[in-house]
Design a binder for this molecule. Structure first.
Ligand SMILES: O=C(O)CCC(=O)C(=O)O
Length: 232
């Protein structure tokens, strides 16, 4: 892995390049304050000690219509281990994954505000992200298995920005099976923004692993902003 400082609009960002030298991510914060490990530790211990989360988190838990979907795994329908919702500019931006068809609802104002901040941090034009997948992890047992956001509707090498609220969770990255073994772990805390780009979806998988409830300080919401190039 190597670190490179780049300028995305008015924000300086540390791009971390994975060992294929083509895939990168940036770990930053809403408001553009750079994340380093001391700051990450302070943020997660503040959350642990107060048990409090931002008002945006509370509003999202209340005002989004969270869905419990079934997914098909090895031919068997099972409840997805998290709640989801899907928001987009346009109902034609329907999205299908793990056997579910997702028809978008309108962007919630908080999601729209986060989208604009994520666009600024990612150095992409306003309106670039036209869809958002929302995940709500109710506790440590909720998770998101190994996958890449590499569906053709995003085109080759998409920029994907994710914004986290609530409890801190590990975000694991590993090389796809055809590459040399490589693993990384990030800790995504309340207010963190992760931007993935380059060949990251082509060459790497990511996941939110299950954890014992005693190791997780409650619920977490993640907003993952994407740009659909070719509606299905
Ligand atoms: O919850 C997260 O941080 C990851 C979400 C994710 O990987 C996805 O929605 O594709």
């Amino acid at each position: 892995m190597s670190k490179q400082t780049t300028n995305t609009s008015e924000h300086h960002q540390h791009r971390i390049f994975l060992s294929d030298s083509l895939s990168w991510y940036t770990h930053t914060r809403l408001g553009g304050v750079l994340r380093d490990s001391a700051e990450a530790a302070a943020a997660s211990s503040a959350l642990a000690s107060t048990g409090s989360t931002s008002s945006d988190f509370v509003t999202l838990t209340r005002e989004v219509e969270w869905l419990q979907r079934d997914v098909v795994i090895f031919g068997k329908k099972v409840p997805q281990p998290r709640l989801i919702q899907y928001m987009a500019d346009d109902v034609r931006l329907a999205y299908r994954y793990s056997g579910c068809d997702l028809v978008p609802v309108k962007f919630h104002p908080i999601v729209l505000q986060a989208k604009e901040q994520a666009e600024t941090l990612a150095g992409v034009p306003r309106g670039y992200f036209n869809s958002c997948l929302l995940n709500r992890y109710r506790d440590g047992k909720d998770s998101n298995g190994w996958h890449a956001d590499d569906e053709p509707l995003y085109g080759r090498d998409p920029i994907i920005a994710s914004v986290s609220y609530g409890a801190a969770r590990d975000f694991d990255i590993k090389r796809k099976a055809d590459g040399p073994p490589e693993k990384a772990r990030l800790r995504l805390c309340d207010g963190d923004v992760l931007i993935m780009g380059g060949a990251m979806q082509r060459n790497y998988l990511h996941c939110i692993p299950k954890r014992a409830n005693s190791k997780v300080d409650g619920e977490r919401i993640n907003l993952t902003f994407r740009r659909i190039l070719k509606p299905m």
